[in-house]
Design a protein around this ligand. Structure first.
Ligand code: ADP
Ligand code: MG
Length: 624
């Protein structure tokens, strides 16, 4: 029999596509099942306007059968079928989609969307089959036809026998080669899992004969096998169900079925949007940090479905980095997909959805903070750091929308507080939002720099994470209040400023001498406005604080960024009297004391001292 050649461009496309368009072979089944589902949909449409057809949903199905011996995988549907002409034009020409034409003629918007629109999916069968046979009978037609092809060489069409309307597709599965395994596409278990993965929410039942192994009655280890036809797909996706029908249990089950995490979700968010863009989404905030979360291996993203069919496992564009912990899925009928369904044609719709989703996540977190503090704090302990990164990254582009989600430990409350809570109870004379950085809450609590601020009754936020100061620097202000490190040059204390200016004048020579003794190590030596009982501390001028210096130093390509350090002296401390006395009688001693005090200040900050041996010898000198 003579073969009809594929149209020239189709032939080239066919070869190219089989080899490259799809990244995974297993999707051939998704494509064929989608086509079957489309074909049943078309019947459904017809029935809407043609009264002689009555669409009884129960008698429509898709069936997958594997015949291992003959290496045949058969996909049957009870859809609308194809005429000879349709076989010719739909399967003979790549990129001519019958489904698209049908869709254009029958624009409806009842959500019964037809999946196919490119006219290439069918050919993906050739990724796993060396020959494909299609027997189809169109609705209302007397004759069935058989289309057959072994790939690029062309195809034949001859009349065939078939009772009812619909289509049967026979794939002759390729033999295994050294590199490639094809046998798996005849394995019951494998086929089931592919169907579950991509086609679980196809609206019609996908049936398959499944072998069940049961212990023989009365026997201990004798089994009997029996084959039972089962519906593999769950058909109605949970995200299409009404929220009111669903329980926490249902969502939790979906979470673990989908392997979003091993934990239980802390919160689920079910979104159904029916506006300029239509989509459904189920999102989860996990309870625990995934083990690889703060590593480069972690991949953010949501599952993306187009009209119930899985398109992408991890669509990264749907989530901003600062919400990268969110798990879940999005289903939309409005996506225009590219030819392989593996990429989106235009990302305008996707961008809209992503924006919408971000907003929703944010408002859900906000309401969690407001209404269920305990859960929010649990969430924040796991993922708060990511939110702070969000404030800091992109030059602070998202800081405004994230600032109300931040919590910090408060010196006064001894628990996590929000910036809103902090500013709401600020005394009137308090100019700044104060913070102090260090390794742990305990160590920060003991920092000399916090003395005066606490004495004045002001609350101090404790920063223990690397990102904290960087994020706050990006934020700069909250509700018009500036952030201020307790170690920064100016703390905004008017009264103390006046007193110290006078004292500095009085003792100018001593301070100059000390500054000289520490030259290159500090920018200045000053009278402290922030100390009460401690003799000394370090403060900084400029943007870079001591904590930041430490963090930057630890980075692989640190460029030696240094904080501008100021050694501050508590002039009310007895040590200052000793310094003054020594300055009159023994300048050597002033140098010794100055070095000691500076090294003490470094130790308090958790900074290394450059010569520990000299330091211990200096202490001995004071003792003898
Ligand atoms: P698409 O689904 O994107 O249109 P395909 O290559 O998957 O492209 O299919 C091409 C065309 O062949 C479909 O549009 C449809 O008209 C027809 N077709 C494929 N499979 C079937 C089927 N099982 N029943 C009826 N028509 C089918
Ligand atoms: Mg298709």
């Amino acid at each position: 029999m003579e073969k009809t050649q594929f149209k020239a461009e189709s032939k080239r496309l066919l070869e190219m596509m089989i080899n490259s368009i799809y990244s995974q072979r297993e999707i051939f089944l998704r494509e064929l099942i989608s086509n079957s589902s489309d074909a049943i949909d078309k019947l459904y449409y017809k029935a809407l306007t043609d009264e002689s057809l009555n669409f009884d949903k129960d008698s429509y199905y898709i069936k997958v059968e594997a015949d291992k011996e003959n290496r045949i995988l058969k996909i049957t549907d009870t859809g609308i079928g194809m005429t000879k002409e349709e076989l010719e034009s739909n399967l003979g020409t790549i990129a001519k989609s019958g489904s698209l034409a049908f869709k254009k003629e029958n624009e409806t918007s009842d959500g019964h969307e037809i999946i196919g629109q490119f006219g290439v999916g069918f050919y993906s069968a050739f990724m796993v089959a060396d020959s494909v046979m299609v027997i189809s009978k169109a609705l209302g037609s007397d004759t069935a036809y058989k289309w057959e092809s072994t790939g690029a060489e062309g195809y034949t069409i001859v009349p065939a026998e078939k009772d009812a309307a619909g289509t049967e597709i026979f794939l002759h599965i390729k033999e295994n080669t050294e590199e490639d395994q094809y046998d798996e596409y005849l394995e019951e278990y494998r086929l089931q899992s592919i169907i579950k993965k991509y086609s679980d929410f196809i609206r019609y039942p996908i049936k398959m004969a499944v072998t069940e192994r049961k212990l023989k009655e009365g026997a201990e280890n004798e089994y009997e096998e029996h084959v039972e036809e089962k519906v593999i797909n769950s058909m109605v996706p949970i995200w299409r169900k009404n929220k009111s029908e669903l329980t926490d249990e249902d969502y939790n089950q979906f979470y673990s079925e989908k392997h979003y995490g091993f934990d239980q979700p802390l919160k689920h968010i079910h979104i159904s949007v029916d506006g300029a863009i239509r989509y459904n989404a189920i999102l989860f905030i996990p309870e625990n940090i995934p083990f690889d979360y703060y590593s480069a291996e972690y991949e953010k993203g949501l599952e993306l479905y187009s009209n119930g069919v899985l398109i992408m496992n991890k669509c990264a564009d749907l989530l901003p980095d600062y919400f990268s912990f969110v798990k879940g899925m999005v289903d939309s009928d409005d996506l225009s997909l590219n030819i392989s369904r593996e990429m989106l044609q235009h990302d305008r719709q996707l961008k809209l959805i992503a924006k919408n989703i971000s907003k929703k996540i944010k408002s859900e977190l906000q309401s969690l903070l407001k209404n269920d503090r305990e859960s929010y704090e649990k969430f924040y302990k796991a993922f708060g750091r990511q939110l702070k990164y969000g404030v800091y990254s992109d030059y602070g582009a998202n800081k405004e929308s994230l600032q109300d989600l931040l919590l910090f430990y408060s010196s006064k409350e001894e628990k996590l507080v929000s910036l809103d809570e902090y500013t709401a109870r600020m005394p009137e004379d308090q100019k700044y939002i104060y913070y102090a950085s260090g390794e742990s809450y305990e160590r920060i609590g003991k920092l000399p720099q916090t003395e005066m601020v606490s004495e004045k009754g002001y609350e101090i936020l404790y920063f223990t994470e690397d990102i904290d100061e960087f994020a706050i620097n990006m934020l700069m202000t909250y509700k018009d209040k500036e952030f201020k490190s307790v170690s920064s040059g100016d703390l905004g204390f008017e009264e103390e400023a006046q007193n110290t200016a006078e004292e500095e004048k009085e003792n100018k020579e001593l301070f100059d001498y000390m500054k000289n003794a520490l030259s290159g190590r500090v920018k200045d030596v000053r009278v402290s406005k922030r100390l009460k009982s401690h003799p000394v501390c370090l403060s900084t001028d400029g943007q870079v604080t001591i904590e930041m210096e430490k963090i930057l130093k630890a980075m692989p390509n640190s460029q030696g960024v240094q904080a501008e350090k100021i050694l501050e002296i508590n002039t009310n401390h007895e040590v200052f009297q000793s310094l003054k006395n020594a300055f009159e009688t023994d300048k050597e001693k002033v140098s010794l004391y100055t070095n000691l005090l500076f090294n003490q200040a470094l130790l308090i900050e958790g900074l290394p001292i450059s010569d520990p041996v000299e330091f211990t010898n200096d202490i001995c000198k004071v003792m003898i």
